[in-house]
Ligand binder design. Sequence first.
Ligand SMILES: [Zn+2]
Length: 115
Amino acid sequence: MGALSVGAPTLPGMSYADLHELRSALTTASDIAFSLDASPSGQETEQLTDALRRALAAAGALTAEHGATGCAQHPRGAVDPLYGDADDPLPPGYGRCLLCNDRRRRASAQRRGWR
Ligand SMILES: [Zn+2]
């Protein structure tokens, strides 16, 4: 008896607190969502929005933990400053990773005959 493990193993480079927060916020949101009827009260929708916002914040913290690029090769590399720029959008197929985008830019420049 008493062998119940309370603390979960922490994975290297991963924030367990954020993961726990994400799961608990999602569980709360899902509980609320499934208990809503066709015409939820303002308070109920507010609670739901609040839980989803917590989940989003926790997911964002996890992303920051793993690097912002979302790139498997350069998880801690720089994010392309043009990513998400509405005035100067990146070509299709480009991601958030600046290093990968630079490589794509060089490759497409070579295809156009620039040496
Ligand atoms: Zn990359």
